[in-house]
Design a protein. Structure first.
Length: 373
């Protein structure tokens, strides 16, 4: 489309258009879950999102006359550059009509902005970092995404590859049926052996002592993944912000600490799949959004394991498998039919092996893409 122009977001009106135009691209798609407008505005606002205390972003909209036909954000994550030592920038929040020329213009705008910032590689999608949702869905389009996971139409992959980007890393999502694990006597016995051998205790989070519990979460999170590809630690302000948002959504029986030798050595957080009530809310908390959440709270049959990590010196002892087992037993009591463990790096042998031993099966795949700029 020769008439299409890509311009930076420069007004409140454009900012709101950048967010709300997403509905246009998924009209009639039965699997897409509308994001909460309040949450999108918080994530994209440089005043409200603590991510922007250390990073920068430029948002672009592709216009065909007065009609928006695509969007993209260019992201310079200074903390990622510092931690990884890589001169990489990111693109994110990509949406586009099925037109290669429009996609090319969007990717060109993002890469040009990043190059002007002195970066030599563009990777993504990151919305806006690895601590948020990232990657394009590449397999599993006939199911709505679990809570805090991305969704996109299949043609986005063609547009990305057509623009010259190539695969950077694959991510996996596993499906674990609770009853299958509960009925597996071998797996359950192995868990008890592990617990007794290493004198491991598993404890639920104490929401009444949330500030102190959060300190333990920070310790595990920023140590367990320190050497993982793409990992960037949360800043103090970022993790406090995320914790404040998630606290009201936590079921204590699904947020567990592993303790050994008198130390906290592991943590896992699983949340009900709130995308089911969110879908009915169509992006809005008011006037009846909270009612949808409350009336559906006892009906969740699917959960998502957001994070599970073991501090490095206690890895390879099976503590990760033990946490999964305890989660599954607690989820079964709650009536949960299956859980999704996501996302897992495709080459993270320790985590993949633990999930396979639990009877987990890969049922969705995601991918990050990159290009030199």
């Amino acid at each position: 489309m020769d008439t299409v122009k890509v311009v930076p977001v420069s007004s409140k009106r454009d900012f709101n258009k950048f967010i709300k135009m997403q509905w246009k691209f998924y009209e009639g798609n039965p699997y897409w879950v509308p994001p909460l407008l309040y949450d999108r505005k918080k994530i994209l606002s440089k005043d409200k999102n603590p991510f922007f205390r250390h990073s920068d972003m430029e948002m672009f909209i592709a216009w065909n006359g007065s009609e928006p036909v695509g969007r993209i954000a260019a992201i310079k994550n200074d903390l990622h550059i510092k931690v990884s030592g890589q001169n990489e920038g990111f693109f994110g929040f990509f949406e586009c009509i099925n037109d290669q020329s429009v996609a090319d213009k969007l990717f060109d705008a993002a890469s040009k902005w990043l190059k002007e910032k002195g970066l030599s590689v563009m990777m993504g999608p990151a919305n806006p970092s690895s601590n948020d949702d990232w990657g394009f869905l590449t397999d599993g389009f006939d199911d709505q995404p679990r809570f805090m996971m991305p969704y996109n139409p299949p043609y986005y992959i063609d547009l990305t590859l057509g623009a010259g980007l190539t695969k950077a890393k694959g991510l996996l999502a596993y499906k674990i049926a609770t009853k299958d694990v509960i009925k597996n006597d071998k797996v359950m016995r192995a868990g008890e052996i592990l617990k007794n051998r290493y004198k491991i205790s598993i404890k639920s989070i104490n929401l009444k002592d949330f500030d102190n519990e959060l300190e333990k979460v920070k310790y595990v999170y920023n140590n367990a993944w320190a050497y993982n590809w793409g990992f960037v630690p949360f800043t103090e302000e970022e993790i406090n912000s995320v914790a404040a948002d998630l606290k009201q959504l936590i079921d204590p029986s699904l947020a567990l600490f592993a303790e050994m030798d008198g130390k906290t050595v592991g943590f896992t957080l699983t949340l009900p799949d709130y995308n089911f009530p969110f879908k009915k809310m169509n992006g809005r908390l008011l006037p009846f959004g909270f009612l949808h959440m409350l009336t559906n709270k006892e009906k969740f049959r699917i959960v998502r394991i957001l994070t599970l990590g073991i501090v490095p010196e206690y890895q390879k002892k099976g503590i990760d498998s033990l946490l999964y087992l305890e989660l599954i037993k607690n989820a079964d009591v709650l009536g949960v039919e299956f859980g999704e463990a996501s996302w897992i790096l495709e080459d993270n042998e320790m985590m993949n092996n633990a999930l396979i031993k639990m009877g987990g099966e890969v049922y969705k795949k995601y991918c990050l893409y990159k290009t030199n700029i």
